[in-house]
Design a protein around this ligand. Structure first.
Ligand SMILES: [Zn+2]
Length: 170
């Protein structure tokens, strides 16, 4: 039954808000990122290049918090926001995007690597904890973010511009 259950837009908005509060309770700081409506970024810019991925709040990821009152206030003001979360020191997100991303993933031999994974619009995020200092870097199909370098990530169940949702693979 769950598989053919279609979420309405409002239900998804409530679910995203609920997830934002749940992350905060688990100690994961969050901040609102512009959501997607009718296939477009809610920032309202005509040629937005980061649809559904850039901060609503001025300070961006620096405003991320686990304060539930603040989170409730943000989501009241911007009820269709996506969830952004800064990657703390040592935590990296490997963003494999599209066909190139799939190839990079195979080339790196990560198929058997067990870690937290979320599907995105065109690929997936792998979360890894590593004792290394790496700058945000990109290679073909793979974007590495995090490690306390100011990177942030969009968390499930946020909306992707493709019409899909970010989802944990569990
Ligand atoms: Zn935008």
């Amino acid at each position: 039954m769950a598989n053919n259950f279609k979420l309405t837009d409002n239900m998804l908005s409530r679910r995203v808000r609920k997830a934002a509060l749940a992350y905060a309770r688990a100690g994961v700081p969050v901040f609102p990122v512009f959501g997607i409506e009718d296939g477009k970024c809610l920032c309202g810019k005509k040629n937005c290049e980061h649809e559904g991925k850039h901060p609503v709040v001025k300070g961006g990821f620096k405003e991320a918090t686990i304060d539930s009152d603040q989170i409730k206030q943000w989501w009241e003001e911007y009820p269709k926001s996506n969830i952004g979360s800064p990657l703390v020191e040592g935590l990296f997100a490997l963003d494999f995007d599209g066909k190139k991303g799939k190839k990079a993933f195979e080339d790196l031999g990560l198929e058997e690597f067990e870690t937290l994974r979320a599907t995105t619009g065109k690929g997936f995020h792998l979360y890894v904890h590593a004792e290394l200092k790496a700058k945000n870097d990109a290679m073909s199909g793979l974007d590495i973010r995090g490690g306390g370098e100011g990177g942030y990530i969009i968390l499930p169940p946020s909306r992707h511009v493709s019409g899909k949702r970010y989802q944990w693979e569990v």
